[in-house]
Write a protein that binds this ligand. Structure first.
Ligand SMILES: Nc1ncnc2c1ncn2[C@@H]1O[C@H](COP(=O)(O)OP(=O)(O)OP(=O)(O)O)[C@@H](O)[C@H]1O
Length: 258
């Protein structure tokens, strides 16, 4: 059992993440505005949008890596802006460019990630064994990260985000550049992780979102323009690719949606 000394115990009924009216300006440019979001344990949200829509800016704010211009973010009931250290204990983040130390071995790096998040020596050992099993890294623990294939490096990057068992996992395009077998393995892993926490998955692969996620939001020009469950989309026979094009391209007739 992994344990982190925490003052606050998450309540099962509480949203894992609750975001209200999030906004971020860069000078005169409004990169993100009016973003609202609520996820509970078990939710896997596909976070879609064309290039420049504001997804990475939003995710950087949700992980406490970028200050919002205005708005509120609560992680397991804790205000991220007022209590960032406490709130960040519940967040695992895989950014678009994975934060790997390539001169460390897999074991060294994952131990470092666990200790950074406050796990004791004993808890770190257990967490390392479990996360290597889960991410299929058992054979490469003693290898330098820099000499691993891209697929293995991405699994190490996911492992660093989940080794301390966060309640919220934010993955920015986790399958980019991987071969079909590796993509499949990562998708299975994400589904498995989603059973016990909430996940936000940014992806440009619409079929990936349909197969892995239970919810979808589409962002365009800094605003959320669509929010639905995947099952509602399927029941209404709405094609996600057509919907995406409709919402993020001007002047497409609405009847092309279905
Ligand atoms: N540090 C910054 N300074 C100025 N403008 C920025 C900054 N970071 C992002 N932007 C702008 O904010 C907008 C949203 O960018 P963002 O990277 O969040 O989009 P994205 O949806 O993640 O795109 P992609 O799919 O290409 O990664 C863009 O217009 C971008 O140029």
């Amino acid at each position: 059992m992994w344990q982190i000394a925490r003052q606050h115990q998450p309540d099962n009924m509480q949203p894992v993440i609750d975001v209200n009216n999030l906004r971020r300006n860069f000078g005169q440019h409004i990169a993100v505005h009016d973003v609202n979001l609520k996820l509970v344990r078990g939710d896997i949200l596909g976070f879609l949008g064309p290039n420049g829509a504001g997804k990475s800016t939003t995710m950087r704010m949700l992980t406490g890596n970028l200050a919002p211009s205005s708005g509120n973010i609560k992680i397991c009931g804790i205000n991220l802006l007022q209590n960032p250290l406490e709130a960040k204990r519940y967040i695992g983040y895989l950014p678009e460019i994975p934060p790997l130390y390539k001169e460390l071995t897999v074991d060294e790096y994952l131990q470092f990630a666990a200790r950074l998040h406050g796990l004791s020596t004993v808890a770190t050992k257990n967490a390392l064994d479990e996360v290597k099993q889960q991410c299929e890294l058992n054979d490469v623990g003693k290898r330098l990260i820099g000499i691993l294939s891209k697929g293995y490096q991405q699994r190490v990057a996911i492992a660093q985000a989940i080794i301390y068992r966060p309640q919220l996992i934010i993955l920015d395009e986790p399958t980019v550049g991987l071969d079909p077998n590796q993509i499949q393995k990562i998708r299975v892993l994400i589904r498995e992780l989603g059973k016990t926490c909430a996940i936000i998955l940014s992806s440009h692969i619409l079929s990936e979102v349909e197969s892995v996620c239970n919810r979808v939001q589409i962002m365009h020009q800094g605003k959320l323009v669509f929010n639905s469950s995947i099952s509602d989309l399927q029941q209404q026979n709405i094609n996600l690719a057509n919907l995406f094009t409709q919402l993020t391209t001007d002047n497409l007739p609405i009847q092309e949606l279905a």
